[in-house]
Structure formats: C-alpha cells, structure tokens
Design a protein around this ligand. Structure first.
Ligand code: ADP
Ligand code: MG
Length: 298
C-alpha cells in the first residue's frame, strides 16, 4: 500500500463554515469531524438546516471552509487556489443535485448531455460519444440515448445526471438529496444504481438524503446535527446458526475534545439542561441530571 492509500480518502477535522450576510453570521458547520474511506458507500442525514449541503458543497470544491482541516485524496481544500479548485471540480468530483433541471441541459438529448463535460475537458467527439454510450448503458438507459430530459421520467433524468457526473471518471461522487423529487420506486432505483456504480467503478459515494430507507442500503449513515456529526449507523450481517440478517449498530460520535451529543429525547426525558453529573462507572460512563435543578422543581 502506498502512503496515500493508508489515509482515509476524506478527512475533515474541526471544520467550520461561517456565512456572513451583512452584519449577521450564520455558523453552518461548527467543528465537524468526518472521515470517509476510499470506495465507501455512505449517506449523510440530518434535519433541514443542519449543514448537510454546506458540507457537500465544500467537498465538491464549490465553497471553501472558514477554518479547520479538510482533505480529499490528499488535497487540502482550505489552501487550494481558485484555478486548482476549477481543476479539482472537473476531475476529482461528480455532483448530482436534487433538482433534475439543474443537472441537465434541457435542449440536449441524454447522449449529448453526457458528452458535454467530456468535450469541455478536451476529449475528442468520437471518444466522448463512446464514453457517453458506455455510461448511459451503465445507468440502464441505452434505449434512451436520443431522448431529451423532458421526455424522461424524473428517475430517468437523475440516472442521466449520474452518468453526466461520472463522465470524467471522478474518484468521488456526491449527491445532494438526489431522490428528493422522486416517488419511492424511482428513489429505490436511483439508490440501487449508486450502489452498483460504487461496486463497479470503486467510486467513493456520499449521498445526502432525508429518506429513512437509506440505512438499509448503504454501508454507513452519519447524522449531522447543528453543523456537527452526531451519530453513526453501521450495517453489518449477523449470523445466527444458519440464518443471516442485517443488523444496524448505532454509535454516538465523540470528538477529540471529548464532546458528544446526547440524544434530544434523553435530555428531555431526564430534564437535563445546561449541566449534568458525569461519573465513571466501571465499564461505562453515567450522565445524570444536576441534583439541585431537580429539587428546585419538585
Ligand atoms: P441542510 O442542507 O442540512 O438543510 P445547509 O447546509 O443548506 O443545511 O444550511 C446550513 C445553515 O447555513 C442554515 O442555517 C442555512 O440557512 C445557512 N446557509 C446555507 N447556505 C448559506 C448561504 N449561502 N448564505 C447564508 N447562509 C447559508
Ligand atoms: Mg440541503
């Protein structure tokens, strides 16, 4: 293994993104930690406004972080110059937006849509057509080469968008709520496609989604809360005698400073707020409500 392969493909440490609008500052990411291995197939979930798109835009090279560390394939996203960012966006990442209209040129057919990024990066027309046919075949649309987006269903449009995103053979594929405008059947087909492409091309795939069904489909789901990663769910296969079943293990993430997020339901049911007692209890740690606070309320 080369030293580069030993490193996780993506490393974010204590990442911050602050948007300034006039005098107002919005902290979209507040000390986010995330590592992603090469060729992983993972999802990011979280409430609206939790920072999912901000993170994805940073990983896509569409936006720069305010502070912290962010590396993709050994490239430092905080120190990249504008021209390095352009090159990074073109060769290192493919991006799929939620709005099908944002991914495709309406007056070009499917084949031409996939050819565009290839021709822009200097590939000959002949080679672009061959590659475009191959990709549309990989996404199951070889019978739709000459259909324009308006002639395709939402799910088919997203499959063309995925082919466009993969045109330049990027090692990283990012999708921001790619099934947000699809029905459940269309969404399932798109998730299956991401899974197939991940295995076939060894492309690292990160999908941001609201769809709770995602956990059964990806290797790992990371939840973001208030601009920080909060929990992680891994999928594994458990064997009981001669039956196997899929098990999901959920973990709370603990950062290097020891911070973790206690699930909101637990805080509410024990009335923990502001302060708590922490004690080491042999093999585990106990967190209790502050005693005084409880007495006052009784
Ligand atoms: P999500 O994708 O999880 O819904 P976002 O990453 O879009 O969340 O947004 C996180 C926070 O940052 C929100 O409070 C949002 O209003 C704010 N935000 C996102 N983009 C911008 C922007 N371009 N300018 C100002 N604030 C922004
Ligand atoms: Mg979003």
């Amino acid at each position: 293994m080369s030293p580069e392969e030993e490193q996780p493909y993506i490393v974010c440490e204590d990442l911050f993104k602050i948007y300034k609008i006039a005098d107002l500052e919005v902290v979209a990411l507040r000390g986010l930690d995330l590592t992603v291995q090469k060729a992983e197939f993972m999802a990011i979930v979280g409430a609206s406004g939790s920072g999912k798109s901000t993170l994805l835009n940073i990983l896509a090279g569409l936006d720069q972080p305010s502070a912290g560390r962010a590396f993709v394939g050994g490239r430092d996203l905080l120190t990249m110059t504008a021209s390095e960012m352009v090159d990074y966006r073109r060769k290192q990442v493919g991006f799929v937006w939620q709005q099908t209209g944002r991914n495709l040129v309406p007056y070009l057919d499917a084949l031409q849509n996939v050819e565009v990024p290839l021709i822009l990066s200097g590939v000959t027309k002949k080679a672009a057509t061959a590659r475009s046919r191959e990709l549309l075949d990989a996404v199951g649309l070889s019978h739709r080469l000459h259909s324009s987006p308006s002639m395709l269903s939402g799910g088919e449009q997203q499959r063309v968008s995925i082919a466009v995103a993969l045109a330049n053979d990027p090692p990283l594929l990012l999708a921001d709520e790619p099934t947000g405008e699809l029905d459940s059947i269309g969404a399932a087909a798109v998730f299956d496609l991401f899974s197939n492409l991940n295995r076939r091309y060894k492309v690292t795939v990160i999908i941001v989604t609201h769809d709770p069904a995602i956990a059964a489909r990806v290797d790992r789901v990371v939840a973001i809360r208030d601009g920080r990663t909060s929990t992680e769910i891994f999928r594994r296969t458990a064997v009981d005698g001669n039956t196997t079943r899929i098990v999901h293990d959920e973990y709370v993430l603990v950062d290097t400073a020891g911070r973790l997020q206690i699930p909101r339901e637990y805080l509410q049911s024990l009335d923990i707020g502001g302060r708590a007692k922490v004690a080491l209890a042999g093999s585990h740690v106990e967190i209790r409500p502050e005693p005084r606070r409880h007495q006052e309320e009784r």
